[in-house]
Design a protein around this ligand. Structure first.
Ligand code: F0G
Length: 357
């Protein structure tokens, strides 16, 4: 049986990896593309979800981190640094362990989901909480990377997007061609840019690398209403949303994401926190996939587009669900009653509690 080797080995011919580079990997990528009949019926199309929460640290960041960390490991630099809303730091912390590097993470104080914070801590990263938002943290780490011998592994590191583009390759490899539409949440805007790069490369003949797709999809990006700089057309000074992963007001990959939107004939729109939480519950209860709130934004955006009559009948649509729901159980449970009835240790009492007897 084939054991998936991680994105660098699987897509070596399409990544800027040199023969001497170490490969720092946790076996990332190769994630499930799951058909979602309930969503298909709702929007009148063929909908699949790309379950990126199945990556080693529970988010799509691992695809980029294997590339970025391998490149740092090929140098003399001994420490990596990142700003993060939680998933980048979780991924950087784990991959730094594999690379034997120190890892510093700079986080917006009080705005990181508990599971993500736990990941950075258990992997031994050095944490600094900043009294500010993600945008402030990114400014800080950019400055650190200029002034100190530390390597920046945020998505402004071009190797991150190189790794992340492999998700588009996997979608084409699974479907046999590009979908009509690809929907994903937009925060710092690296991922939508990476997918677009991947789709374009896979649809283009290159020396020794024949095209694998006959076309490219429309890229649909979805932001949270309170953190929607692309919709506003300008940075948002005080971004706010329940989806803390995309609580970003001044995305680093602004130009690339606009190019992805415009060259693909797509759009970037916003959904409310209530729509995000509804989509998260729908994915959990009717699709069987537990994702974190930011991830549900893609599905919320698709449902909203369908209500507005923007979904072409029968189209093939992929929604990337970017991170695992276990990272943020507090938000998912909300006000749910989580204390099950306690019964005597007997089948009869259990059956009664279940209404079976
Ligand atoms: N979904 C999740 C779960 C994320 O963690 C992020 C970004 C996004 C979507 C948005 O992706 O930034 O490429 O547009 N998280 C970053 C972090 C900012 O620090 O973990 P993007």
């Amino acid at each position: 049986a084939h054991q998936w080797q991680g994105v660098i080995t699987e897509y070596a011919d399409r990544l800027p990896i040199e023969p001497g580079d170490p490969v720092v990997t946790l076996g990332e990528g190769g994630t499930p593309l799951v058909a979602a009949p309930v969503l298909s019926e709702r929007v009148g199309a063929q909908v699949h979800v790309k379950v990126e929460g199945a990556n080693p640290t529970g988010s799509f960041k691992d695809r980029g981190m294997t590339m970025a960390m391998s490149k740092v490991a090929a140098t003399d630099t001994e420490m990596v640094v990142c700003a993060s809303t939680g998933n980048t730091s979780a991924s950087a912390a784990a991959y730094a362990v594999r690379a034997g590097l120190r890892c510093a993470v700079v986080l917006p104080a009080g705005k990181i989901a508990a599971g993500k914070l736990a990941q950075a801590i258990v992997h031994g990263a050095e944490l600094v909480a900043v009294d500010g938002n993600f945008d402030d943290c990114l400014t800080i780490v950019r400055s650190l990377a200029e002034d100190y011998p530390v390597a920046l592994v945020n998505s402004v590191n071009p190797f991150r997007l190189q790794g992340q583009k492999t998700a588009a390759f996997e979608v084409v490899d699974a479907l046999g061609d590009a979908p009509d539409i690809h929907v994903l949440p937009v925060g710092n805007a690296g991922n939508i840019s990476a997918y677009w790069m991947g789709y374009r490369e896979y649809a283009t003949d290159a020396p020794g690398l024949p095209a694998r797709a006959t076309r490219t999809p429309q890229m649909w990006g979805v932001q949270a209403e309170g953190a929607a700089p692309f919709v506003k057309g300008a940075p948002v000074e005080h971004p706010e949303t329940v989806a803390t992963a995309i609580r970003i007001g001044n995305p680093a990959s602004w130009t690339l994401a606009e190019a992805a939107r415009d060259e693909s004939g797509g759009w970037i729109d916003a959904v409310s926190d209530a729509q995000i939480l509804d989509a998260q519950a729908l994915l959990a209860r009717e699709v069987g996939v537990f994702v974190e709130p930011a991830s549900a934004a893609s599905v919320a955006g698709l449902l909203q587009a369908a209500e507005r009559g923007l979904v072409p009948a029968g189209a093939t649509i992929v929604c990337t669900v970017t991170g695992n729901g276990l990272k943020d159980t507090a938000t998912a449970l909300g006000n749910a009653d989580i204390d099950p009835e306690v019964v005597a240790p007997q089948a009869a009492a259990t059956a009664a509690a279940l209404g079976l007897a």
